[in-house]
Design a protein around this ligand. Structure first.
Ligand SMILES: NC(=O)c1ccc[n+]([C@@H]2O[C@H](COP(=O)([O-])OP(=O)(O)OC[C@H]3O[C@@H](n4cnc5c(N)ncnc54)[C@H](O)[C@@H]3O)[C@@H](O)[C@H]2O)c1
Length: 307
């Protein structure tokens, strides 16, 4: 199938492109390279270097007639969303709505959306897909509003969708600069022999899911879980303190973490049930935290340019 991958030069999107190629699909990348990297995309893959907000996007749909759109391009920073809510909404909401219009107009058969556990907000419970949504950042809000548009486009225009709400994704190619994930940031700090910085007391938990598993969830969504919202997590929570210890052990570091004040917009605990993913998407994670961290550490040791 011809699959348009927005954000296909980014961390998750580029590994999804690799998987689509390996499975015999034809991925096409749409990315403005604001956070993506040229070297993430295999040679031979067609790339449109455009913003979601460009008027020229329609031409891509007209020319390529994709069967499936996997929408990953986004303003991904919680902190930036709090500083510039309008900019966040422009990319994340308006960008998504424009794609939905073109998907409808050009007969796309499925829209697969990268949403986030940030739509849920504060909770100490295990999160199911029908748990209350109450985002505490504009990023979480823009994802939730996009979901509402996707559901309405389905009701009014019959555009099939799957919404995947990811937990904290980690793995090779995750950036450690800017708004990189905590795992790539800790690895960078430890490889530089700097004390890892923890915001808050470190007892906050995250549900860390490996990027290969997230890419596979998107692949499965081509043929499964029509018109469903699905959590993509490991059903396991890990404290940031434990994560830091695991990485310190893997990198043979005895540095003590540097604790800084908690950041606004950061959720306290995150623990996604993946029971629905198993039932509807036939998906369960293949990687546990130890095996995923090993692959990630190996990647960063070899690819110093990511640090
Ligand atoms: N990484 C995580 O832990 C995580 C968790 C939940 C959800 N998500 C979602 O998964 C998706 C991919 O995230 P990622 O971690 O790979 O981030 P990323 O920043 O590596 O990828 C996003 C890509 O979108 C591109 N992009 C940004 N604005 C654009 C625009 N206006 N037009 C075209 N391209 C644009 C960037 O250049 C980048 O390549 C995002 O939608 C993100 O919200 C990620």
């Amino acid at each position: 199938m011809k699959v348009l991958v927005t954000g296909g030069a980014g961390f998750i999107g580029s590994q999804l492109v690799d998987l689509l190629l390996a499975e015999g699909h034809t991925p096409i990348v749409l990315d403005n390279f604001s956070n993506g990297r040229e070297e993430n995309v295999q040679s031979g893959v067609k790339i449109y270097r455009k913003s979601l907000l460009s008027d020229k996007i329609e031409r891509i749909f007209k020319k390529e007639q994709p069967d499936v759109v996997m929408h990953l391009a986004a303003q991904v920073s919680v902190a930036k969303s709090l500083e510039s809510p309008a900019e966040d909404a422009a990319v994340n909401v308006l960008g998504t709505v424009k794609l939905l219009e073109y998907c409808t107009k050009y007969g796309v058969k499925k829209f697969i959306f990268s949403s986030s556990s940030a739509v849920y907000g504060y909770t100490s419970e295990v999160i199911h897909e029908d748990s209350p949504t109450s985002p505490i950042s504009f990023y979480g809000t823009s994802k939730l509003v996009s979901e509402t548009y996707i559901k309405l486009f389905n009701r009014l225009n019959d555009l099939p969708y799957t919404i995947l709400r990811y937990a904290n994704v980690y793995g090779p190619r995750q950036r450690s600069d800017g708004e990189g994930g905590v795992i790539s940031i800790f690895i960078e700090q430890l490889l530089r022999n700097e004390a890892p910085v923890i915001f808050g007391d470190g007892n906050q938990t995250r549900d860390f899911v490996f990027v290969d598993d997230v890419a596979r969830a998107n692949l499965l969504a081509i043929t499964n879980a029509d018109n469903q919202i699905i959590n993509i997590g490991t059903s396991t929570q890990t404290s940031v303190n434990l994560l830091c210890t695991l990485l310190s052990n893997q990198l043979h570091s005895s540095l003590t973490p540097d604790y800084k004040p908690k950041r606004q917009g950061d959720i306290l605990n995150s623990h996604l049930s993946n029971a629905k993913a198993l039932d509807n998407l036939k998906w369960a994670p293949n990687f546990n935290l130890i095996s995923g961290l090993e692959k990630t550490v190996d990647f960063f040791k070899i690819n110093n340019n990511f640090i």
